[in-house]
Ligand binder design. Structure first.
Ligand SMILES: Nc1ncnc2c1ncn2[C@@H]1O[C@H](COP(=O)(O)OP(=O)(O)OP(=O)(O)O)[C@@H](O)[C@H]1O
Ligand SMILES: [Mg+2]
Length: 245
């Protein structure tokens, strides 16, 4: 088995005739962190949803640890979805469940763990994101940063092979961004395989194995952070970096 965890091969995706992904290829090795940047509408979220098996694709392939998953039937897909953790810009927690309930629900419903075991494991992961003391709080009683950390714990508790983050801090007040980035940095240090859409360039510089620039449904440039920021090759990348910085 190669040490590629997640792979996209020439992925195409269209919505009502609009070509949103036009042959995107991407290879994420074990323990790598790929950060994706690019203008609004370039297809970043769509790419993550395709990688997370939340969207059928129109061409190409998505593979997890050398097994091609795109094209599987819904029943089989569902079994693989929890192997890929996804964290969205808006935390998408169940409002009628406590933090603990949110983190436990997948262990109970998908993994069929007994209640006691699910509860223990969920608490362990809430502690990992620094929220052991908020286990009984409902989402509306938590700050945005805390809610996002619950969402991260909820994905992590399933022990995914890779974690995907779609602008996880862009809906947060500035003073809450750091606590979420710190959790993500910790994950990266622990060797989690990650794909992160984010315009937090300092985070990207510090944590990414490589940075990818998307434009109009394509990856137009990929390089390690040093090289990406100091000598981007594409005009489009230069202009975009000037805007974001
Ligand atoms: N479910 C959908 N139905 C129809 N069109 C869609 C759908 N999802 C995305 N699109 C279109 O696909 C294009 C790419 O959208 P996407 O959300 O992937 O971009 P993005 O790079 O994540 O942008 P942003 O930076 O604003 O989040 C856009 O033109 C968008 O309108
Ligand atoms: Mg998006």
């Amino acid at each position: 088995m190669s040490d590629t965890v997640l792979r996209a091969d020439g992925v195409h995706k269209a919505y009502n005739g609009l070509q949103v992904l036009q042959g995107v290829s991407l290879e994420v090795g074990r323990g790598e962190v790929k950060v994706i940047i690019g203008p609004s509408g370039s297809g970043k979220s769509t790419l993550l949803r395709c990688l997370a098996l939340l969207e059928p694709i129109d061409g190409g392939a998505v593979a997890l640890e050398d097994q091609v998953l795109s094209g599987l039937r819904e029943r089989e897909l569902a079994a693989h979805r929890s192997e890929i953790g996804m964290v969205f810009q808006r935390f998408n927690l169940f409002q009628n469940m406590t933090a603990l309930g949110n983190v436990m629900v997948g262990l109970r419903d998908v993994r069929r763990l007994p209640k006691k075991e699910a509860r223990e494991r969920a608490l362990e992961f809430l502690s990992r994101v620094g929220l052991a003391d908020k286990a009984d709080s409902y989402p509306e009683e938590l700050s945005g940063g805390q809610q996002q950390r619950v969402a991260i714990a909820r994905a992590l508790v399933m022990r995914p092979k890779a974690m995907l983050f779609d602008e996880p801090t862009s809906a947060l007040d500035v003073e809450l961004v750091r606590e979420v980035l710190d959790v993500m940095e910790g994950l990266a240090r622990d060797g989690m395989t990650m794909v992160v859409v984010s315009h937090e360039l300092r985070f990207a510089h510090h944590v990414a194995s490589s940075i990818l620039m998307m434009d109009e449904g394509r990856v137009i440039e990929e390089a390690p952070p040093e090289q990406f920021f100091s000598s981007p090759t594409h005009e489009r990348t230069k202009r975009f970096l000037a805007l974001v910085e």
